[in-house]
Design a protein around this ligand. Structure first.
Ligand code: ZN
Length: 920
């Protein structure tokens, strides 16, 4: 099952509602097929449009989670009695009456006893349905109910190997369970009857042994509905009549099928057909059951289905139900459901269609044995989206598709706890990260072995069920390699490797030796992974594969000519963070402001913040953009960006201060993670990060650096300053999805700057600074890191600007350079000298002065007796504003004593003096 990816962080319940509304709206407008698929704006304030139709996992996962939420009340493992028999066949004869929303049915089950003798048979059967009659072996039998289990008293004792033949006649209202429904659809008030049983909903509309590990060998489904309705279901249609009163359809599934894949959909469908030709002389029908108003819009995508089948058959093995059909039955859910041979589909999005089709192999042919191993269904289908992209558009499209699926958070792919439905269908873990596991496995094994392993998985576990270990064993058998570590670290372990790479080279015999150092700096598990290394030399590129497994490891790579660049995993085959350290940073420029808010999505909400200088106050800055140039160009106040995407180490290392405006929407988090923030801090750079989702921006290592502990929270109602020089910051809008922290810090050189006092007890910290006592490697008063939680663009712009100015001045010791608004400011009429900031000061203080005309200038620090302590500046300067900083040291570099000092400036005949006080 699958759904398109909207704003990736919409909470699941909202997403359900939104999607249902959209589906209904689409029906009203007849535009269910409209592409791109639109979501209305959510309470989150996120933009409504799906950014890319390939990014569908969160959307699909939410639907399944919703299903499982309903199912939890029903779920129960197969009983001991059920484990004593093996189902061969179900015959469903159903009459759903849309006028009364009552389903009347007769279901026959044939099964063999595997552990006799049996005197009773237990069937899963939702308590809301009423049993009318039961037979066993063709004679009337009695039965009893307990909860959602129906116990049939057999007509005799059945020994091991004997065949049971049980029939249950019943009626009732299945709709209350949420797995089977009667809907009236606008615009024509037509009736839709539908089912969607995954994972445990089959029992809510027909009695069965509702456990995926016991697939029936075949199923017949006969459905009687009012005239004019057309019924779609599994397998082959063997009967279809309409006598003007009722329409009767019989479908016959002759391949093994799990109960949750048995389905029906009845509607006055328009049926269109196509064919998949699997040999020069043979073809299989493809049948699309669409709402009439959707036919035209769906046509383009549905025309691709035969090519999709061919593409997957080529890679995995023939379409598993080749003697029957494939098809779609349109329903109202906003995604799809991989009903065997007959996908239920609510949106005609190419990558949803591809995902659901891929489930015919992975999910329907091979089914996860239980939901601990749901990744065998969903992760495979998600990976298949990338394979379809590759089949259509080649390797670049494959990599681009996977690029949408990177997940860097916690949690194992193996689902440890089945009581949490959102955890089972977690789009990050069960869908997206798995696609990367298969992607990595492909690189580890190489294409021929990888695809051979998938084909063997098909052969060995087709029409059956499988676990993680079953798949691992197949891969090991096919490859002849031990893959325990690979599956252990990626399926049962959490997170990803965080590499820091650096290299040197030296001339060696016949060329050069490159010494590549790789550190795994994460605090969680170490990873054992092969990595591609590409060394660029004057003579071309040379490729290597290294086997990295240690916290610190060096590799010597011999190349033929002088190396100019070394790239690790350039083609992105490993889910990782790779940091190139900031090396010998000059830190000689002022402020770099990095934008991480998507222009197209946030519009004036973000542009107005820049126009108001909310993130920079009076500081001039250079500019970097995580995103591409906005269609309408940049706000006039922004200088042209130096670059886009992640900030490279050589750029970051130039600046003394980096102000980062984060958001985690549409890819900026990846830019943050790919920029050498930690390395820059350690080298002596100062960073001010302002963002929501602080839990994601402050990964394990940065949280430790900053010295904070996460606490539970999401919405901020206020922002109260806790230190002098800072002020309260008002909100402009909803500050949701924001991290909060313990006010108690884990480091003694970390200070609390801001807290929330509304709605949190105890109060929580939302702003912190660490001023490491040891400073940074290249700057004794550097390495300072401020984090301010909250969407930066939803803080009052003027409040934020004033606080940013204060943070940079008082905590980073950074003096504001003049901002040129309309050309350079006119020189003052006479010499001006501003007050020192901060004042009093400990580490350093700064002053701005402005010259009426160019000329020689001298700035000195004097003690109260008028003796010169330090000359700060002496030489010619241009007219206009200038800054000067005093680090509290004398000419010999010693810290001056605490007390009063004077800063005196002289130029021409003019002079000015300001008092400064050094104290701790
Ligand atoms: Zn799926």
């Amino acid at each position: 099952m699958l759904r398109p990816r909207p704003a990736s962080r919409i909470p699941l319940p909202l997403l359900h509602l939104v999607t249902i509304l959209v589906a209904l709206l689409a029906l009203v407008t007849g535009e269910l097929h409209a592409a791109p698929y639109l979501f209305p704006a959510t309470p989150d304030g996120e933009p409504g449009q799906v950014r890319d139709e390939r990014a569908v996992a969160p959307f699909l996962a939410a639907w399944k989670a919703a299903g499982l939420q309903r199912a939890r009340m029903l779920a129960a493992p197969a009983t001991a009695n059920q484990q004593a028999y093996d189902v061969h066949y179900y015959d469903l004869d159903l009459t759903p009456n849309p006028a009364t929303a009552v389903l009347t049915g007769t279901v026959r089950m044939k099964a063999s006893v595997v552990s006799g003798p049996l005197t009773t048979v237990e069937l899963d059967f939702y308590a809301n349905l009423t049993v009318d009659a039961v037979t066993s072996g063709g004679v009337a039998a009695t039965s009893s109910r307990s909860g959602n289990v129906l116990t049939v008293n057999l007509d005799k004792d059945y020994a091991t190997g004997e065949l049971l033949d049980v029939v249950v006649a019943y009626h009732g209202s299945p709709g209350v369970s949420g797995y089977f429904g009667f809907n009236t659809t606008p615009p024509n008030n037509r009736t839709l009857i539908w089912s969607l049983s995954e994972p445990f909903g089959a029992r809510s509309w027909w009695p069965c042994k509702d456990a995926p590990e016991d697939k029936a060998d075949s199923v017949d489904i006969r459905v009687t509905v009012p005239t004019g309705m057309i019924t779609a279901s599994n397998g082959t249609r063997v009967e279809a009549t309409d006598n003007g009163t009722v329409a009767v359809t019989r479908w016959r599934e002759r391949y093994p099928i799990a109960t949750y894949l048995v389905s029906l959909a009845s509607y006055p469908y328009t049926v269109t057909t196509d064919h998949y030709r699997y040999s020069p002389t043979d073809s299989m029908p493809i049948q699309f059951f669409n709402f009439p108003e959707s036919v035209a819009g769906a046509a383009a995508v549905q025309a691709k289905v035969k090519d999709m089948i061919a593409a997957y058959a080529d890679v995995f093995g023939e379409y598993p139900f080749i003697a029957e059909k494939y098809g779609h039955a349109q329903f109202l859910f906003g995604g799809g459901m991989e009903h065997q041979t007959c996908t239920g589909l609510g949106v005609f999005i190419e990558y949803v269609v591809a995902h659901e089709l891929a489930h015919q192999w992975w999910g329907d042919l091979v089914t996860c044995r239980d939901f601990h191993h749901i990744w065998v269904n969903e992760g495979f289908a998600t990976y298949c989206e990338a394979l379809w992209a590759e089949a259509v558009s080649g390797a670049a499209a494959y990599h681009e598709d996977l690029g949408f699926n990177k997940y860097f958070g916690p949690g194992t792919i193996y689902v440890p706890d089945l009581s949490d439905e959102n955890r089972i269908f977690d789009s990050n873990l069960s869908y997206d990260k798995v696609s990367w596991v298969l992607h990595m496995l492909r690189r580890v094994l190489g294409d021929p072995v990888f695809f051979a392993a998938l084909r063997q998985f098909y052969v060995q576990y087709g029409y059956s069920t499988a676990t993680t270990e079953d798949f691992r064993d197949v891969c090991e058998a096919v490859s002849g390699r031990n893959l325990h570590a690979f599956f252990q670290q990626w399926i049962y372990g959490e997170y990803y490797p965080h590499y820091v790479s650096s290299w040197t080279s030296a001339a060696a015999a016949d060329g050069y030796d490159v010494t590549l150092r790789l550190d795994q700096v994460q605090s969680w598990q170490l990873f054992n992974m092969p990595l591609d290394v590409t060394v660029t030399t004057a003579a071309g590129e040379q490729a290597f594969v290294i086997a990295d497994s240690l916290a610190m490891q060096t590799f010597t790579l011999h190349v033929d000519a002088a190396p100019t660049a070394v790239a690790v995993d350039r083609d992105d085959w490993v889910l990782k963070i790779l940091e190139s350290p900031v090396v010998d940073p000059p830190l000689d420029r002022h402020v770099l402001l990095v934008n991480g808010v998507d222009w197209a999505s946030y519009g004036t909400e973000i542009t107005s913040a820049y126009t108001d200088h909310a993130f920079s106050g009076g500081y001039a800055f250079d500019f970097w953009d995580n995103f591409a140039t906005p269609p309408g160009g940049y706000p006039a106040v922004l200088p042209a960006p130096l670059g886009h995407g992640a900030v490279p180490p050589e750029v970051m290392g130039r600046y003394r201060v980096v102000i980062w405006v984060g958001n985690d929407y549409n890819g900026d988090l990846a830019s943050w993670q790919s920029s050498p923030v930690l390395s820059y801090l350690r080298a002596g750079g100062n960073v001010l990060l302002m963002s929501r989702y602080g839990d994601r921006f402050l990964g394990d290592l940065l949280r430790d650096y900053l010295g904070v502990n996460l606490a539970a929270g999401t919405t901020l109602y206020d922002c109260v300053a806790t230190r002098p020089g800072l002020g309260a910051i008002a909100r402009l809008g909803t500050q949701d999805y924001c991290a909060v922290f313990d006010t108690v810090r884990t480091r003694t050189d970390t200070q609390l700057l801001y807290k929330v006092v509304s709605n949190y007890a105890p109060n929580r910290g939302i702003g912190f600074i660490r001023q490491p006592v040891e400073g940074g490697a290249h700057r004794p008063d550097g390495g300072r890191f401020i984090f301010l939680s909250g969407r930066p663009y939803r803080w009052n712009h003027a409040d934020l600007a004033a606080n940013v100015e204060s943070m940079l001045l008082n905590y980073f010791g950074e003096y504001a350079a003049p901002v040129a608004v309309d050309g350079p400011p006119a020189p003052p009429a006479r010499l001006e000298l501003a007050l020192a900031r901060p004042n009093p000061f400990d580490a350093s203080t700064a002053l701005r002065f402005s010259l009426p005309r160019a000329g020689a200038v001298r700035v000195e620090v004097l003690d109260p007796q008028g003796r010169r302590v330090r000359r700060l500046l002496s030489g010619p300067l241009d007219a206009g504003p200038h800054d000067v900083t005093w680090n509290g040291r004398d000419e010999q570099g010693n810290r001056v004593a605490m007390g009063i000092y004077w800063v005196r400036i002289e130029t021409g005949a003019e002079a000015a003096t300001r008092k400064v006080v050094r104290m701790r």
